[in-house]
Write a protein of this length. Structure first.
Length: 87
């Protein structure tokens, strides 16, 4: 989700107490795995959109195996990589 401001290895805060709205970045369980996507909601459709333009939106239907776990409200940017054991 680089285009959403979330880099690999960063920590995100997920609020499971609020419902997702159009434009929110969410943590979703998709086919048994977790993914971070942007919620797209209109009067006629709901979809999960990746920040990578090389991938298509995932349309949410009754047949889709998707559970929205929560809305990502914060991202902790790393200033120093995790300790690797070397000095």
């Amino acid at each position: 989700m680089l285009d959403a401001g979330i880099s690999e290895g960063e920590v995100v805060v997920v609020d499971r107490g609020i419902g997702p709205q159009h434009g929110d970045v969410v943590l979703a369980a998709i086919d048994g795995g977790f993914s971070i996507k942007r919620m797209v909601s209109t009067k006629t459709k709901r979809a999960l959109s990746p920040a990578n333009p090389g991938y298509e939106d995932l349309l949410i239907t009754e047949e889709t195996d998707v559970v929205i776990w929560g809305v990502i409200t914060r991202c902790v940017h790393m200033l120093r990589p995790f300790h690797t054991g070397r000095r």
